[in-house]
Design a protein around this ligand. Structure first.
Ligand code: CA
Length: 233
């Protein structure tokens, strides 16, 4: 998932970027509201973590602006201990949840995962389509109950396509899931990764009930991107 982190304290910003990156997310980390608005305008994000105490435009105004610009991704606010009014105002401005500083990283991460699950309509910690199941906590896939050997990048692409099942997902969008910087992006990499995922999912004809020709849930939509055709639940 692609997360926007807005935090003016350099050390905490660095820490958030590193830890959330290690959990498999791609992070745009910025120090102020103006940069955050620019990022949100230019790029797609799946969630934002916003510190309320920012220099210049504050976190509350940033949230209001994002919401009035039509941004619907979940927003989690970070706020200093004791500022209960901030929390209430933050939620009223359009945030979805909050974590009080200083916080345990594990708590932040658990809340982020819950928000991401809810925003994509999945309330369980797994996504299932036909014989395929993804365990969102362990970041592992299984096919007909057998563990799937997916690389970290393959897993990210598959999870993203399943979260957006029955929608065409542009290649650019998938590349954003893998590489934070434009200059590292190469559309050929996505084709190779999707090819590898398809081979891992297909199985021999007749192996999976209801899929006599093998399990082939990822369709290429010429010129547009990829479509995960099976309904996910
Ligand atoms: Ca601050």
């Amino acid at each position: 998932m692609k997360l926007l982190v807005v935090e003016d304290e350099a050390l905490l910003r660095h820490h958030l970027k590193t830890r959330l990156g290690e959990s498999g997310h791609v992070i745009s980390a910025v120090a102020n509201a103006e940069e955050a608005l620019y990022q949100a305008e230019q790029f797609h994000h799946d969630l934002a973590v916003i510190d309320l105490g920012l220099p210049g435009m504050g976190g509350l105004d940033l949230i209001r602006q994002l919401r009035s610009a039509g941004k619907t991704f979940p927003i989690l606010i970070l706020t200093a201990r004791g500022n209960w009014q901030d929390k209430v105002e933050g939620l009223a401005a359009g945030a979805d949840d909050y974590v009080v500083k200083p916080f345990q990283f594990e708590e932040l991460e658990a809340r982020l995962h819950a928000l991401l699950r809810r925003s994509s309509g999945f309330t369980q910690a797994s996504i299932v389509a036909g014989p395929l199941a993804l365990d969102l906590n362990r970041k592992q896939g299984s096919l007909d109950g057998e563990a799937l050997n997916l690389t970290a990048f393959e897993y990210r692409i598959l999870e993203y396509l399943m979260r957006h099942h029955q929608q065409v997902v542009a290649k650019d969008r998938l590349m954003e899931q893998l590489y934070p910087d434009d200059d590292e992006r190469d559309p050929n990499v996505i084709e190779v990764l999707v090819g590898r995922i398809r081979r891992k999912l297909e199985g021999a004809p007749g192996r999976f009930d209801g899929f006599p020709d093998g399990f082939k849930p990822i369709e290429t939509v010429r010129g547009l991107g990829y479509l995960f055709t099976e309904r996910c639940r």
